[in-house]
Structure formats: structure tokens, C-alpha cells
Design a protein around this ligand. Structure first.
Ligand code: MG
Length: 158
């Protein structure tokens, strides 16, 4: 059994679509990023790579490489899963914490959770998605950015 942690933060600006866990959330702001900026999937990718001690998404998908410009984070996750599967690992379970002032994520959490489970190819009972606000404090509290933590355990499928 291996355990990994991942973290991501992106600035939020008007005029961008908002994606979390591969689900589009209707809102006036989205993430300023080279990709779709999906903080949940980015944190998850880093947690998976971290559990396998295989670097991070920056080393696998450098933002200087135009092949990754505007790539969907779901595609990044698929490629990360190939990397760890080739080392004999599979994702056992994941837990995530989204820290976002707005919008309220309660109506979307189950949809996000189900989609993450589908992307990972595991049962939804092995996927946890939690969300909290920053209590109005700092740039996340001011709705200028949002962040996400993820932990993952991998096993060898045996
Ligand atoms: Mg990111």
C-alpha cells in the first residue's frame, strides 16, 4: 500500500469556465490556467504520482509544452493513471478537500464524486469529495482563488 498527497491552487477570473473533478459548474468565474485549471484533478494527479514516488504533473506535463495547452485535466489524469499502472499500481481510494468561497458546491458534490470515480475506474464508495469555504479570509476568502488537497492510496492489485 502506498499513500500520496497533492495540492493545487489557481486564481479565479471572469470569462473562464469553471471545472471541478471534470464537471462544469455554472459560475461567472473560472480558473486562470494553462489547462482548464481543474484544481481537484490536478491535486489528484499529484497525489497519485506522489504515492508512486513518480514526480508531479509539472514534470510529466510541463506548461512550456504546447501539447498541454488547454488540455482537459481529465486527459491528464488518464495519462497519470497509465504511468502508475505501468508500474503495477492501481488507485485504491481517494479523499479530497476543495477550499472555495463561491459558488456553493453542495448541489454538485455527488456529480463531481461520481465523475472522479468513473475517471479513476473505481467504485464511488472509494471516492470522497469535501468542500469548505475559507471563512472570507485572504485571497481564497475574497474569491480570487480556490485550492484543493487530495490524498490517495495505491495498491498493487494483489
Ligand atoms: Mg493546476
Amino acid at each position: 500500500m502506498r499513500v500520496g498527497i497533492g495540492y493545487d491552487i489557481h486564481r479565479m477570473i471572469e470569462g473562464r469556465k469553471l471545472f471541478l473533478g471534470g464537471i462544469e459548474i455554472p459560475y461567472i468565474k473560472g480558473f486562470l490556467a494553462h489547462s482548464d485549471g481543474d484544481i481537484l484533478l490536478h491535486a489528484l494527479c499529484d497525489a497519485i504520482l506522489g504515492a508512486a514516488a513518480l514526480g508531479d504533473i509539472g514534470t510529466h506535463f510541463p506548461d512550456t509544452d504546447i501539447r498541454y495547452s488547454n488540455i482537459s485535466s481529465a486527459q491528464l489524469l488518464k495519462e497519470v493513471l497509465v504511468v502508475v499502472r505501468n508500474k503495477g499500481f492501481r488507485v485504491h481510494n481517494v479523499d479530497t478537500v476543495i477550499i472555495m468561497q463561491e459558488p456553493k458546491l453542495v448541489p454538485f458534490k455527488d456529480k463531481i464524486r461520481n465523475n472522479v470515480a468513473t475517471l479513476l475506474g473505481i467504485d464511488v464508495s472509494f471516492v470522497s469529495v469535501k468542500a469548505k469555504t475559507q471563512e472570507g479570509l485572504g485571497p481564497i476568502g475574497n474569491n480570487e482563488a480556490a485550492a484543493c488537497y487530495a490524498t490517495v492510496s495505491l495498491d498493487t492489485g494483489g
